[in-house]
Every structure is written in structure tokens, then in C-alpha cells.
Design a protein around this ligand. Structure first.
Ligand code: FAD
Length: 377
């Protein structure tokens, strides 16, 4: 493959952070013809990014129980957009849109009632969301035979999706290499250093360092924090699930995201801390016990990995694009929805860079704090 030629009238772009947002933006901007340089503090495997640990569920309606309608709308926008984006990648990435199944134990019916109430409220605001379906008996058994003996009712949320985050990160790297985009690994960079580079080379700086950008969102402004998530990656040949399954529980709500070849991501805790230490015994016990309660076949599963990472989160738990200086955008706060919404954020940022407008951001109510119109890539 030959490298994509850069267009002389398009300005160069320096992207800080090659996690989810950084790789997506670098790839798409190079595709448009920008010369792109990408820096990351960690290695190419992405082991210092939230993106590598994530379950990568694309579940706007399920998430509406814990987020705002604008994030749900971004998630709805992103589902078809993911299909388009994945088709442009050089390697296949596992992607499915078989919906989400939400289950609960009989004693947690009150949780289910609360959850259903929240879904109904979301659908009043966003009536184009697919309708949830209450499923029982034979219908539940036909959807997800493996759980039908232990659960007698659930809610099916059609059209929700998931993808394989690690295949995606790898495929994006291959695409970047084919474009001739330079990526420097093990190269931590501060915003001040990036501004110095911008003085010399001109062009744009896109700060996509996730939680690594914390020092550049200082108090008294909106402060970036970590929300720790712990997950287990299991190989369970005795378990077959067709789609991500969520268990409602007052203390241990979990999800089980089935990837290819009987690999399952079980997650995730949600703890207010920047602590990046390994998963705790307590969290692991809770996650694995809850998974075992959904399907005893997990008892024979092999633990491939126990992981922890922190979700980069702003005070309102919403994503934000903020202009730190002329042609310097900080893109952050993707919290627990990075995969679900990143195509929307990507398109909004590219639109702004190329036309100076924020039409998509306004349509999706993505917080976009820029001072002036800057047409001009
Ligand atoms: C346990 C868990 C489960 C999740 N599940 C889901 C899910 O099911 N669905 C969903 O939509 N989202 C999920 N997420 C959220 C998603 O992973 C994040 O929202 C997303 O990864 C954020 O993307 P980002 O590019 O902003 O940050 P990251 O993906 O964290 O990438 C940031 C990058 O910046 C680099 N960096 C840091 N500091 C510097 C520096 N000084 N210089 C250069 N580079 C630097 C890091 O090395 C990293 O590669 C989950 C997250 C976690 C932790």
C-alpha cells in the first residue's frame, strides 16, 4: 500500500494520545489529506489507554439509565457510522448489532421497574429509539437459550451493538501505517510542549490524552477525574451468548459482553478514583459471582486477564471539546461511552476543523467550547 499524499492546502495536525479518540482522529484526518503526527505515552498495544480494557458495547438505550439524552443521541448517531468506518479499515473488526438483553433476579424486581421507567422517559425525549421489548418464557428462550432456565423475564433492547476494541485498535494502527502516518510511542507530551511544537510547525493540535490530560484541566475550571473500572476477560467454551447481557442488581450490576471464540468481558466496577492498581479481590469476587449466577458455565471458564483502567470523566460526566488556544482542541470526558459516541465526536471535530462550524455538535448537543469561527484546515 502507498502512503496517502497530504494536501498542501491542509494544515498539519499533531495528535496527543493514541487511545480511542486519538487513533480515530489521526486516521480520518490523514485520510482527508492532512499530514498527521501522533504521540503516545505508552506502547502500541494501547495498554495505557481505557480503550484497551473497555467492553466496547454500543448501547445507547441501556446506557440511558445512567446518562443524559444527548449522549444517547450521540450513541444513536454512531451505530450506523461505525459500520461505515469499520468498512474502511484494512482488517475486519468484530461488530454486531443483535441488541442487549437485560435480566434481573426475582428479588430485584424493583430495580427492573426503575430501569424500565428510565427507558420510558428516554423514549419520550428520543422517540426514534427502538422500542424495548419485555420478554418472557418462549420468547426469552428463543432469544438467548442459555439463560432461559434461570431467568423467566427480561427486557430486550433491539439494535444495540458492540465491537471488539482490541481488533479495532490494531486495525486502526494498520490503517495509520498504510497512510504513512508517523506514530511515536513511549513519548509523553504536555500541552505546553505541544504548543511549542505548534509554534514551529503551525497547524492544529488535538489533545486526546484521556486521563493523561488531567494536569491541563486544572481547578478552578472543569476538572478531569478518573472513574475506575475493573473487568475480567474469560474464556468460557461452555457458554454461548448471542449478545451483551446486563444483570440489574442493587449492589453488583454487571454486564457480560461476548466476543468471538467464547471470550467474554465481564464488567465493570465504577469507583470514583484515579487508582490504576490491579483489580481488587473484592471486585473480582463480585463480578465473577454475578457472572456465575447468570450462567454456571462460567464456573469452568479460564481467567484470561483481570484488568483495571480509569474512565476519563468531567464533572458533568459528559464529553467536551474545548479550545485551549487557537487551533488547539482538547477532546475529553468520554467517560464510559467512548466507543458508543466516538464517531459523533470525530465527525463534529472534523467538521469544525474544516469549516469552522459546529452544526453536528449543535444537533447532538455535544458541548463544544470554542471562541471563534476558524475555517481553515
Ligand atoms: C472498564 C471499562 C469499560 C468500558 N466499557 C465501555 C463500553 O462498553 N462502551 C463504551 O462506549 N465505552 C466504554 N469504556 C470507555 C472508553 O474506553 C473510554 O471512554 C475511551 O477509551 C476514552 O477514549 P480516549 O481516547 O479519550 O482515552 P484513552 O482511550 O484512555 O486514550 C488516551 C491515550 O492517551 C495516552 N496518553 C496519556 N497521557 C499522555 C501524554 N502525556 N502524552 C501522550 N499520550 C498520553 C494514553 O497512553 C492513551 O493511549 C470503558 C472504559 C473502561 C475503563
Amino acid at each position: 500500500m502507498t502512503a496517502t499524499p497530504s494536501h498542501p492546502h491542509l494544515e498539519p495536525v499533531l495528535v496527543l494520545g493514541a487511545g480511542l479518540m486519538g487513533r480515530l482522529l489521526a486516521w480520518q484526518l490523514a485520510k482527508h489529506g492532512h499530514r498527521v503526527d501522533l504521540l503516545d505515552a505508552g506502547p502500541p498495544e494501547g495498554s495505557s489507554s481505557a480503550a484497551r480494557v473497555a467492553a466496547a458495547m454500543l448501547a445507547p438505550l441501556a446506557e440511558s439509565a445512567v446518562t443524559e439524552p444527548n449522549v444517547v443521541a450521540m450513541g444513536q448517531y454512531a451505530l450506523p457510522r461505525w459500520r461505515e468506518l469499520l468498512q474502511q479499515l484494512p482488517d475486519p473488526v468484530f461488530f454486531q448489532q443483535q441488541g442487549t438483553l437485560v435480566l434481573w433476579h426475582r428479588q430485584d424486581a424493583a430495580e427492573a421497574q426503575r430501569f424500565n421507567g428510565l427507558l420510558a422517559k428516554t423514549r419520550q425525549t428520543l422517540p426514534t429509539l427502538p422500542a424495548p421489548e419485555n420478554v418472557h418464557g418462549a420468547r426469552l428462550a428463543s432469544l438467548e437459550p442459555a439463560v432461559a432456565q434461570r431467568f423467566h423475564q427480561g427486557v430486550y433492547l433491539p439494535e444495540e451493538g458492540q465491537l471488539d476494541n482490541r481488533q479495532l485498535l490494531q486495525a486502526l494502527l494498520k490503517a495509520l501505517a498504510q497512510q504513512g502516518t508517523v506514530v511515536q510511542w513511549h513519548t509523553p507530551c504536555t500541552l505546553d510542549q505541544a504548543l511549542e511544537l505548534q509554534q514551529k510547525r503551525g497547524g492544529w493540535v488535538l489533545d486526546c490524552r484521556g486521563l493523561g490530560a488531567q494536569a491541563d484541566w486544572p481547578i478552578p475550571g472543569p476538572t478531569l477525574r478518573g472513574v475506575r473500572g475493573e473487568v475480567a476477560r474469560l474464556h468460557a467454551p461452555g457458554v454461548t451468548l448471542q449478545r451483551p447481557t446486563r444483570l440489574l442488581h442493587p449492589r453488583y450490576p454487571i454486564y457480560i459482553a461476548p466476543k468471538q471464540d467464547h471470550v467474554f468481558v465481564i464488567g465493570a466496577t465504577e469507583i470514583e478514583t484515579n487508582d490504576l492498581s490491579p483489580a481488587s479481590v473484592r471486585s473480582t469476587l463480585e463480578l465473577l459471582s454475578a457472572a456465575y449466577a447468570v450462567h454456571p458455565g462460567f464456573g469452568e471458564a479460564r481467567i484470561l486477564e483481570l484488568n483495571s483502567q480509569c474512565r476519563p470523566t468531567l464533572p458533568d460526566n459528559l464529553p467536551t471539546v474545548r479550545q485551549a488556544a487557537p487551533k488547539v482542541l482538547q477532546i475529553n470526558g468520554l467517560y464510559r461511552h467512548g466507543f458508543m459516541i466516538s464517531p459523533a465526536v470525530l465527525d463534529a471535530v472534523v467538521e469544525h476543523m474544516h469549516s469552522g462550524t459546529q452544526t453536528l455538535a449543535a444537533q447532538l448537543q455535544l458541548c463544544f467550547q470554542v471562541n471563534t469561527l476558524q475555517p481553515l484546515a
